[in-house]
Design a protein around this ligand. Structure first.
Ligand SMILES: [Zn+2]
Length: 322
């Protein structure tokens, strides 16, 4: 009796061990196929603010979709993280870099706009209060699944644990709200529209730091896919009211106000140039011939972005002059 009951049990446990072993081998084989994400470049802005700079390439197999700049603000009772990456994997990667800088928990997450590279990492901060503009919240809900699909197709990876998590605290369009979080004074500024219809910038008056999201990008071509170009130009003029010592852009290295002014001029001249072509009876194809793109050509991703940028600007100029 005893042997007959023990033998199958032994067999079962042996089979279980073999299965676990095989599963372990499979996990190791899988892990070696998935490349590690590029390192987070940490730049200390002051005693409590760190820019966590991501790569500046577009999403690809090498970077796994990691391409965004985040900001860590360490307050007295917890930390605030601005922008969380394209997936749960990238969110965890950024969180790990943040945890090297503070032992305090991340109590608040801010999304500067709804684009997947800025908001899909929210899923790895389940305990944090998530803050964005009202329009950003709506757009996260409406477009989150599309952004996951886009990230997966551009990187050749699967984001199985990524879900779009919308904000729980929002600010309305065309408002500037003074707030204090963990002892840090922050003005949340929601312009009417710029890079998207749901951008939110953050001004930290005690630190003289402006966090721009993709309203302000450096060394890369601004992306117009969801932009309101004329209002973006206007927003860039308003940026100059802030006496910022440091600007943290959505992509690329830290900026000075001088560089923000240059971006404003470049965008304003581009919009005016396209409008001039339109008003003189030209066609969209004439834009490349008649508007100087010399400064644009110096920027990364010019070839990938500029055709779409010209087209969107053309359609908006047309609508504005109809
Ligand atoms: Zn972005």
């Amino acid at each position: 009796m005893k042997t007959s009951t023990r033998t199958p049990r032994l067999k079962a446990s042996f089979a279980k061990k073999m299965l676990l072993l095989l599963a372990g081998v499979a996990v190791l084989a899988g892990a070696s196929l998935v490349k590690p994400l590029p390192a987070v470049k940490t730049v200390k802005v002051n005693e409590r603010i760190y820019a966590l700079l991501g790569p500046t390439e577009l999403p690809n197999a090498h970077n796994g979709g990691y391409m965004v700049n985040s900001t860590l603000i360490v307050g007295d009772r917890g930390a605030i993280l601005v922008d969380t990456g394209f997936s749960d994997e990238i969110g965890a990667h950024i969180r790990k870099a943040a945890e090297k800088l503070t032992k305090l928990p991340i109590t608040h997450v801010v999304n500067t706009h709804h684009h997947g590279d800025h908001s899909l990492g929210n899923v790895v901060f389940p305990g944090a209060e998530i803050i964005s503009s009202e329009n950003c919240k709506k757009l996260v809900i409406d477009t989150g699944a599309d952004w996951i699909a886009m990230g997966e197709s551009m990187t050749g990876r699967k984001f199985p644990n990524t879900r779009a998590i919308p904000a729980t605290r929002t600010y309305a369009s065309q408002t500037r709200t003074a707030a204090e979080i963990n002892g840090v004074k922050i003005e949340f500024w929601v312009p009417e529209a710029a890079h998207t219809r749901g951008d939110m910038l953050m001004w930290l008056p005690d630190d003289k730091v402006l966090i721009g999201g993709d309203v302000l990008v450096n060394t890369v071509t601004p992306a117009f896919r969801d932009a309101e170009v004329k209002l973006w130009v206007q927003t860039l003029a308003e940026v100059q009211q802030y006496p910022a010592r440091t600007i943290i852009p959505g992509h690329g290295p830290l900026m000075t106000m001088q560089q923000a002014k240059k971006l404003h001029k470049q965008m304003a001249e581009f919009y005016a140039g396209v409008e001039k072509v339109y008003k003189s009876g030209g066609a969209e194809e004439d834009v490349r011939k008649k508007v100087s793109l010399k400064e644009w050509q110096k920027l990364k991703h010019f070839d990938e972005q500029m055709g779409g940028n010209i087209n969107r600007t053309w359609l908006q100029v047309e609508a504005a002059n109809f």
